[in-house]
Design a protein around this ligand. Structure first.
Ligand SMILES: [Zn+2]
Length: 164
């Protein structure tokens, strides 16, 4: 699998999917539909299945599809579970550029001058690097959503994925 790691998350893992997008992982959220359809998309689009459903995990793995069984009741526990399982599966996680938490589209980087008029001055003065979703136009800036990004990168440093 070349390029950044891509995921497809099952219906139970919507908030994890949103985090992974911010962290730079192209993540489809499969809200509803038959498992066979989720598996078909994973296969065609070369996506790692994230699920908290053991039956789905076992079937997908049995068919040779890369899948990670995610456990944990808090956000942080789920992220740690994802890191531990990918390490155990010798799956290295390669993030790409940050993506929109809402729609999974690519974010464009903007400087302070480019956001003036779009965000309150008090906000644009406090931060230097901003991003805007190229699809839904939602703004992001370091410090808000990004504090969680640092949490993940520190976890990844502590638990580096195993080499393939
Ligand atoms: Zn968006």
């Amino acid at each position: 699998m070349g390029g950044p790691t891509r995921f497809i998350a099952d219906a139970m893992l919507g908030s994890l999917a949103r985090k992974l997008r911010i962290f730079g992982f192209d993540t489809l959220y499969f809200r509803d539909g038959p498992d066979a359809e989720l598996e078909r998309i994973a296969k065609v689009e070369d996506r790692v299945i994230l699920t908290s459903d053991r039956a789905l995990f076992e079937r997908s793995s049995g068919r040779g599809l890369p899948a990670l069984m995610i456990s944990g009741s808090s956000e942080r526990a789920r992220l740690e579970s994802l890191l531990a399982r990918s390490r155990a599966a010798s799956l290295s996680l390669t993030p790409g550029g940050p993506r929109c938490a809402l729609c999974n589209c690519v974010l464009e980087r903007l400087n302070r001058a480019q956001v003036s008029g779009f965000l309150p001055d008090s906000m644009s003065r406090r931060h230097r690097v901003f991003y805007r979703c190229t699809a839904c136009q939602k703004f992001y800036w370091k410090g808000g959503h990004w504090s969680r990004m640092r949490v993940l990168s520190s976890l990844m440093k502590r638990n580096p994925p195993a080499a393939p």
